[in-house]
Design a protein around this ligand. Structure first.
Ligand code: ISL
Length: 563
């Protein structure tokens, strides 16, 4: 057991959390001013999405200077104040490290543009496909599509070559096979550790080792290859991660580490998170995030998810990492829509109960739960009705390409409404005032229209709110060891209404029974006997009015019982 095994993480998307200077963009002093709120919630770790100097083509996931805070967010002194303020309240601070790529404005990349630069090899510069004239259609070195649309290669007429960008053109991929690149990045992270940072979240980190030579993959009808497995988990990935762990002192200094990994499966995750391998503490996986899209399509190709599929995916990860690695538990982050709108029922009638039940189900699984800002008050999707309201590069690229290909606008807006990353990026709702207490100025992204009802101030004031339910869940994890160390067993796996499981240790069994639908449901057969159980947490009162522990469950009701 290490300290983060019974910790709860809170993710902050700095530009949308709290704006101290009225420019409409959140900043570090804004976060400092809300540290008491986080301490009151009871979280142990705060993870900040990137705060470094950036042209903000991808809101800071395009770093131009790893050693300096972007002026939009504040100063390096503000970061020190945030580290200090977090520590004084017993919370750890974790930074987001985007190491697979830099911004095209990073001095390293600018330098690499010259063919004679020693930094040419720090990025993937490649000549045109043999037999093709550079810069003409089809001359790209490989047929890879970029994650954010279009091709993954940008032509540079100056040098007559192309550079690789798996994301936006402003995010050129760094070449980790060059040892100088790795040393430079590791030294930079050591400087942050020395300043008091408690660990890192690593962006798309299983993509830093690529299979060489870079080669075509299976093509879709449009001629492009959309298979990210070609660029993930390359031949040197374990070596690179172990080097990083050692050089930054991750295991040695007991730092927090979680790596975001596209396409990762349980078998690979076991290797990445096995403490004996000294690579990473946890991985952010995606299997449960793909259940509401057409398996043959992209995230924009919507389909309803099935509860049984979600349970089986989560159980597969619980079982697969048991006794070896450690799970990162999440339903939301800055790239995903709001969970209450996606998996719950965000109608006024069931929003609160469903947000609580999603939280109950997730937080009592084995692993470390991650809360994304606003999730703890049940914030909903943005509800945008116009393309003009969106800002996200991925969303806008998709919309323009889809409209250009003849998809009707209502269908494009439906996909964005369900899946755009901007759903999670609207400002944190602090109160019911004009800009939801987020900013004195005009917020960079519109605030949710429902902020009059859904905001932190009213949740704090209401003892039955989503916020107070989160507080209780966090406290339960801290107080009841079986929440951290219990063995997981899924119950009623194929039931389409009930999500139920046990967590068992030598001296305790916890039973979680959650009704994941907007109708009442009878207490199902096949659950353990609860005659002598104690209710440790519930979304609805169960005493009186003929209600009992094994009685009917209201819509979106969950019960947590110690047997
Ligand atoms: O957002 C996604 C789904 O729409 C993913 O494809 C996402 O791009 C992928 O999970 C990688 O995400 C990370 O790296 C990106 C950045 O835009 C994301 O915000 C970050 O979480 C590039 O740095």
């Amino acid at each position: 057991m290490t300290w983060w095994h019974n910790a709860v993480v809170y993710q902050i998307y700095p530009r949308s959390f709290a704006d101290s200077d009225g420019d409409g963009v959140g900043d570090l002093p804004g976060i400092v001013s809300r540290l008491d709120y986080l301490a009151g919630l009871g979280v142990d770790v705060v993870w900040l999405s990137p705060i470094f100097t950036s042209p903000m083509e991808d809101n800071g996931y395009d770093v131009a200077d790893y050693d300096n805070v972007d002026p939009l967010f504040g100063t390096n002194g503000d970061l020190d104040a945030l580290i200090d303020g977090s520590h004084r309240r017993g919370m750890k601070l974790v930074l987001d490290m985007v190491l697979n790529h830099t911004s095209s404005q990073h001095p390293w990349f600018i330098d690499s543009r010259s063919k004679s630069s020693v930094k040419r090899d720090w990025y993937y510069w490649r000549p045109a496909r043999p037999g093709f004239t550079p810069g003409t259609p089809g001359a790209e070195p490989t047929n890879w599509a970029a994650f954010f649309g279009g091709r993954a290669w940008e032509y540079d007429p100056e040098s007559g070559e192309y550079y690789l960008h798996l994301f936006a053109p402003g995010q050129p991929d760094l070449n980790w096979d060059n040892p100088d690149v790795r040393q430079e990045l590791f030294a930079m992270m050591r400087r942050y550790v020395d300043r008091g940072v408690d660990g890192f979240r690593f962006d798309v980190v299983n993509m830093v080792s690529k299979t060489l030579p870079l080669a075509d993959g299976p093509a879709a009808p449009d001629g492009l290859c959309y298979d990210p497995s070609l660029v993930a988990d390359g031949p040197r990935i374990h070596e690179f991660l172990a080097d990083m762990n050692r050089e930054v002192g991750i295991s040695q200094r007991d730092l927090f580490s979680v790596g975001e990994m596209v396409m990762v499966d349980v078998e690979k995750a076991r290797v990445y998170t096995d403490p004996g391998n000294r690579e990473l503490g946890m991985v952010i996986s995606f299997d449960h995030m793909g259940l509401d899209q057409d398996p043959a399509g992209l995230k924009w190709d919507l389909r309803p998810y099935r509860l049984a599929d979600l349970k089986h995916v989560l159980a597969h990860w619980q079982d697969g990492l048991a006794g070896v690695g450690w799970n990162c538990l999440y339903l939301e982050n800055h790239d995903q829509p709001r969970s209450v709108s996606r998996f719950g029922d965000d109608s006024p009638q069931y929003r609160v109960a469903s947000a609580k039940t999603l939280a109950t189900t997730l937080h009592l699984l084995g692993g470390t739960p991650f809360i994304y800002q606003g999730e703890e008050i049940g914030m909903t999707n943005a509800g945008f009705t116009d393309l003009e309201q969106y800002r996200d590069v991925e969303s806008l690229n998709f919309a323009h390409a889809a409209l250009g290909a003849g998809l009707p606008e209502p269908a494009v807006l439906a996909s964005l409404g369900a899946k755009s990353r901007d759903n999670a990026r609207t400002p944190m709702c602090w109160d019911g005032s004009a800009s939801a207490g987020f900013s004195e100025g005009t917020p960079w992204l519109p605030v949710n229209a429902n902020h009059g009802d859904i905001n932190a101030a009213s949740d704090i004031a209401d003892p039955d709110s989503v916020y107070h339910h989160y507080r209780k869940l966090i406290a339960l994890r801290h107080e009841v060891p079986v929440v951290t160390n219990g063995h997981f067993e899924l119950l009623l796996g194929d039931d389409e209404r009930i999500f139920a499981y046990t967590r068992t240790s030598d001296d305790a069994t916890l039973l979680v029974v959650a009704n994941w639908c907007s109708q009442p449901t009878t207490w199902p057969d096949g659950l353990p006997d609860v005659t002598n159980a104690t209710l440790v947490l519930g979304t609805h009162p169960v005493t009186g009015n003929g209600r009992e522990l094994a009685g009917e469950l209201a819509a979106w009701e969950s019960r947590v019982l110690l047997l």
